[in-house]
Structures are given as C-alpha cells and as structure tokens.
Design a protein around this ligand. Structure first.
Ligand SMILES: C[S@@+](CC[C@H](N)C(=O)[O-])C[C@H]1O[C@@H](n2cnc3c(N)ncnc32)[C@H](O)[C@@H]1O
Length: 224
C-alpha cells in the first residue's frame, strides 16, 4: 500500500490535513521547493498549516523580536520572517546542524529575507544562556527529548506578555496515556509528557494545546 510520507507524523486523518491545506491555497514556488526537498530527504519540517499558523500568530501579536530553536533548512523560519518583516522586527534562529543551516541561509537569500534573520550554529542548550536580549515570540521545534531543557532556559528570555509556541507536543498522538509506540521512542514520549505537564501547570504561563499538525502548544507569559 502506498503511504504518503507526509501522513506519517499525523495522528488524525491525513485527508483532513490535505483538505485544510487546500483552504490555504497554493504556497509560492520557493516554499513548495523546500517542502519537496524536506520530503525527499525526510527532514522534518512544520506542515503548511502550522507554517501559516506561525505567520498569523506573529502578525496578530505584532511580535518584533523572534527566536526559533530548530531551523533545519529554513522552512518555518521563512513563514515566521515574512510576518516579522512587516512588523519591522528580526528573527534569530538556532540549529546545531551546520549543513542544514548553510542550506537555510541559501533559501533566506532567495526569499530576500536574509537581512531579517540572524542564524546561530550550535546547541541551543549552550547558546540560550548567552543570548543578550529578550524576545516577544519564541518558537521551539528541535529535539523532542530536550524540550524541558529549552523551556527552563527560555523562560527568562521571554518578555511578560510574550508568546511561546512549541511544535510536535502530541508527537503522533503518542503522548496520550496508554498509546502504543515503538520502545525506541520511550524517552522522547516521556520527555514530552513531562514537558506538557510542566508547561500547562506553570502559573506564569497561560497555555492551550491545539491538535493539528503534530500538536502545537501556544502559551502567553503572564504580564506580572
Ligand atoms: C524538526 S527540525 C526543525 C524544522 C524547522 N523548524 C521547520 O519546520 O522548517 C529540528 C531541528 O532541530 C535541530 N536541533 C536538534 N537539537 C538541537 C539543539 N540542542 N540545539 C539546536 N538545534 C537542535 C536539528 O538539527 C534539526 O534541524
């Protein structure tokens, strides 16, 4: 049986995602090219629905200082930056895979967005404590087993009222208790469950979890 690779990360009917994508309309040729590259090389990138959601969130929150953890080849960064540019802001994006970051930079140049993006090559867990300024919007999409580490390190860097969006928090639905999944994902699933628990119970954030894409959490840091 033919299985569309894009269906693998989803825990709800792929037909639903495909239908919602049709409502988004066609992406421009550059985004389509990156989607196809990512699919061919099995580089996990956000779904177009999540990309569009990030773009909308940046526009609605009028965010100007944006941080992304997990650039890969720049797909989500382009969705973010297209909205940040209109707000007169800037995106800082971190990835420890130098080859992917180099390719992302080529896409940023082609998208004519290079001047709005600072790329940082390295492990976010080492870089975050060294960042000199705060952010009003943070997007996390890196190693699922490290989400709790990122959360603790990112907390002091988000301004009061700032927004935190995290991708893959439902991880194919496997975070739901009593799900069955291959044992090699034990650590990741356990880490994500703990992450969601801590984020949702954190009194300094108001959080909701949206069951689309691979599960997206949206939190706002309380004003004081
Ligand atoms: C899911 S991909 C990011 C996809 C990208 N956000 C998109 O949608 O286009 C995750 C990326 O996180 C990077 N990564 C994993 N652990 C990291 C860490 N500790 N610090 C920085 N980057 C990390 C990986 O190299 C990988 O490219």
């Amino acid at each position: 049986m033919y299985i569309d690779e894009r269906a693998i990360g989803l825990f709800y009917p792929f037909e639903m995602e495909r239908y919602l994508e049709t409502l988004l309309g066609e992406r421009d040729p550059l985004l389509k090219e990156i989607e196809e590259q990512a699919l061919q090389e099995t580089i996990p990138v956000v779904t177009p629905m999540v990309g569009n959601f990030l773009n909308l969130m940046i526009t609605m929150s009028r965010a100007r200082a944006v941080l992304e953890i997990g650039t890969a080849i720049g797909y989500s960064t382009i969705w973010l930056t297209r909205a940040v540019e209109k707000n007169g802001g800037h995106v800082t994006t971190i990835d420890l895979n130098r080859d992917r970051l180099t390719r992302a930079i080529q896409y940023f140049e082609r998208a004519e967005l290079r001047e709005y993006i600072t790329t940082i090559d390295g492990d976010a867990r080492k870089i975050l404590p060294q960042l000199p300024s705060m952010f009003d919007f943070v997007f996390i999409d890196a190693a699922k087993g490290e989400y709790l580490d990122y959360l603790n390190l990112i907390y002091p860097l988000i301004i009061p009222g700032g927004v935190l969006v995290v991708d893959n928090v439902l991880f194919r639905g496997w975070v739901v208790p009593d799900s069955t999944f291959p044992p090699k994902y034990d650590r990741m699933v356990g880490g994500l469950r703990q992450f969601l628990q801590e984020l949702c119970q954190n009194p300094d954030f108001t959080t909701t979890v949206l069951p689309f894409g691979d599960g997206v959490s949206v939190s706002q840091k309380k004003l004081v």
